[in-house]
Design a protein around this ligand. Structure first.
Ligand code: 6IA
Length: 139
């Protein structure tokens, strides 16, 4: 199974500590095509030092090749929203993982998206359980 993991880069890296363990868990189900988003050295300012058009085309190619999309949506990221919308258009199964924070609320366009399974989590264990449940259904 090919899995596309989407997570905020320029939208902010404040939740980035969680990305690596989530990616490692996803790897027990298949190949994670977008592993680099979990790289802790990737900052919102610099990230991968690549041309944006190259990043867009490469990532859209990976998303097309993916069987499912798992998106960490705690940080409001335009790129992650764009990837979720693209997966909706392509009819791919979508799991969105959201860690609530005081003073903010998940976008209604994600929370209200009928094609996406949105799970709120507070611990890594809860996120893993959500992934396990989703995989059981879509594998
Ligand atoms: O708007 P964001 O940057 O937060 O969007 C994050 C999402 O878009 C991720 O799920 C990635 O798949 C994709 N993406 C955005 N930027 C990059 C990137 N380099 N490398 C790979 N995927 C990306 C960014 C370089 C830049 C910070 C200099």
């Amino acid at each position: 199974m090919n899995i596309y993991f989407a997570a905020s880069i320029r939208g902010g890296r404040e939740h980035a500590d969680l990305y690596r363990p989530v990616i490692e868990h996803l790897q027990s189900f298949g190949t994670v095509l977008s592993e680099h988003v979990g790289d802790r050295s990737l900052s919102a300012e610099q990230g991968e030092d690549l041309d944006s058009r190259f990043i867009h085309d490469r990532d859209m190619g990976w998303l097309e090749a993916a069987d499912i999309l798992v998106a960490e949506v705690s940080a409001p990221s335009l790129g992650v929203g764009y990837e979720v919308a693209s997966a909706v258009q392509a009819g791919k199964p979508i799991l969105c993982l959201y860690r609530p924070q005081t003073g903010t609320r998940l976008s209604a366009m994600i929370e209200g998206c009928p094609q996406a399974v949105v799970v709120t989590y507070t611990s890594l264990e809860e996120a893993m359980r959500a992934i396990d449940g989703f995989m059981k259904e879509y594998r």
